[in-house]
Design a protein. Structure first.
Length: 274
């Protein structure tokens, strides 16, 4: 699979690196917290034969610029407007985790630029006032480069069950992440938490989104994600929901064929029939 990278400049001058692959109808894929240009790669490999896929590294995640101050969803919507202007055509928008929350913000603000919307497990419960003490703890841990405390805070934000955390730690064994990449990811998480802390948890606000929407989740993802996704589906006027048996919040990595097939089937509904 051949890929290209190009630079897109947001309205405030922030430079965004965007990876592009494939040809066909355009699809923009938004990565979650801790991700980057690589996040959708397993899915992209399975869609590049039919679609033009755009994968921006969101602000705060290298090689894109980090924001000079506190980040907001308004900033990231402006970033996506710049990306969509580079695409130059109405597009399918896909987001995973935090990227799915951002995709909802984009769809609410810029519906005329979208042909469809697909969201995978946006953590809509992790926002607002309750997140601010966790943001403060994370920022303090980031400043003293305390990886253990940052990990603990993020588990509290995402509400990952202890058994799942233990399983990941066992699977990792003695492997340690590259320190440069780990710091880059930690910085991205910090800015994402800033935006989430200033956001809200009212799912009903997304009822203004009338773009055809697919809400995706794994059957094994822990609460409150299932209840949140059910509420989101009810709030969206043009939404349908798909639940993948045996999958969790990591389905884009553990089951890329399933994710790609689901998206392809959804996008195919918008192809001309003549």
């Amino acid at each position: 699979m051949n890929t290209d990278e190009e630079l897109v400049r947001s309205a405030d001058g922030t430079r965004l690196v965007v990876r592009r692959a494939g040809t066909g109808d355009p699809v923009v894929l938004l990565h979650g917290s801790g991700g980057g240009l690589h996040s959708w790669a397993p899915v992209v490999e399975r869609l590049a034969d039919s679609y033009e896929l755009w994968m921006p590294a969101r602000r705060g995640y290298g090689p894109s610029d980090a924001p000079p101050g506190r980040k907001s969803f308004k900033d990231e919507v402006a970033d996506l407007v710049a990306v969509m202007e580079a695409v130059e055509r109405p597009l399918h928008l896909v987001g995973g985790s935090y990227g799915a929350t951002l995709a909802l913000h984009v769809a609410a603000a810029e519906p005329d630029r979208l042909r469809s919307l697909a969201v995978f497990e946006p953590p809509l419960f992790a926002a607002g006032e309750s997140l601010r003490p966790l943001l403060d703890r994370y920022r303090a841990a980031f400043e003293r480069d305390d990886a253990g405390e940052m990990f603990t805070v993020l588990n509290e934000v995402t509400r990952v069950p202890p058994a799942v955390v233990a399983a990941f730690q066992a699977a990792a064994g003695d492997r340690r992440p590259d320190p440069v990449e780990a710091r880059r990811s930690a910085l991205g998480w910090l800015h994402d938490l800033e935006a989430l802390a200033d956001d809200g948890t009212d799912v009903s606000r997304w009822s203004s989104i009338t773009v055809p929407t697919l809400v995706m989740r794994g059957a094994d993802t822990w609460e409150p994600m299932p209840a949140t996704m059910a509420a989101l589906t009810r709030a969206l006027p043009a939404a349908r929901r798909v639940v993948w048996p045996g999958q969790s919040h990591f389905a884009t990595m553990t089951a890329p064929d399933l994710v790609a097939d689901t998206l392809r089937e959804f996008f195919d509904e918008f192809r001309p029939t003549w």
